[in-house]
Design a binder for this molecule. Structure first.
Ligand SMILES: Cc1cc2nc3c(=O)[nH]c(=O)nc-3n(C[C@H](O)[C@H](O)[C@H](O)COP(=O)(O)O)c2cc1C
Length: 221
């Protein structure tokens, strides 16, 4: 699979089969992803991959919180700016509408937030979840490094025939995740990534993208 194919075929999958992800595949992907660039070569990412019984227990504990309508732990960082202006608000709304339709959730359902959170805490059925942490002392530059690292991991997973879904939603229940993986207060959970094989027969969700004219400018090219 070439890089274009990996980029094109990566999408956030929200229906995984329970087929386990072999440990040697994870080793291969994470070893290759360590070549991801980082400012000053700090390599600030700290990763915990959880599967099997510990993941089942974590899904159960976080799921119980979600189903009870628990609004989540105090946030370490905001998921989004408090007021999302255009064009971001429109893009957000369009993606959310597509996502709810694909998950069979009615947009007007008052129980929607709890249902969305509950589906996320099941990692959409994924048999493995990668949790990405940063040292609390790290700043915006290292958060950018973390994003690059995550995309590298997700593209390499495609090369292995696997799919993923990045999940900031896990940060809602970060204390439950921290306890499950033994992360202390010096670490900040950036996000989780559900990892696995896509379940057969689920129509793929292809999200849109803004035209390049909205996001790219050339100067002197
Ligand atoms: C950092 C990050 C966090 C995300 N968190 C969630 C999440 O909690 N739940 C979810 O269903 N999708 C989540 N997504 C997936 C986005 O909704 C998705 O990337 C976007 O709509 C574009 O769709 P695509 O990934 O299929 O191309 C997240 C994506 C990123 C990059």
């Amino acid at each position: 699979m070439d890089v274009y194919e990996a980029v094109e075929s990566r999408r956030s999958v929200r229906a995984f089969s329970d087929e386990p992800v072999p440990r040697e595949v994870l080793d291969r992907v994470l070893a290759a992803a360590s070549r991801s660039p980082s400012s000053g070569n700090l390599q600030p990412w700290q990763v915990v991959v959880v599967a099997g019984e510990p993941l089942a227990a974590l899904k159960e504990r976080a799921g119980a919180r979600a189903r009870a309508g628990d609004p989540g732990d105090e946030r370490v960082y905001p998921m989004y700016p408090p007021a999302l202006a255009e064009p971001y608000a429109g893009r957000f709304a369009a993606a959310a509408a597509q996502r709810y339709a694909a998950l069979g959730i009615d947009r007007d359902d008052p129980g929607r937030p709890a249902r969305v959170a509950a589906l996320n805490t099941e990692a959409f059925g994924a048999p493995a979840v990668l949790f990405l942490y940063l040292d609390r002392a790290m700043g915006p530059g290292q958060w950018a490094d973390a994003g690059m690292y995550l995309q590298t991991v997700m593209l390499l997973l495609r090369a292995e025939g696997l799919h993923s879904c990045p999940q900031v939603m896990w940060t809602m229940y970060r204390r439950t995740v921290d306890a499950a993986v033994g992360a202390d207060d010096g670490l900040v959970l950036v996000c989780g990534v559900a990892v696995g094989f896509e379940r057969d027969g689920v129509p793929p969700l292809r999200t849109g993208r803004a035209p390049l004219s909205e996001t790219v400018r050339f100067v002197g090219v």
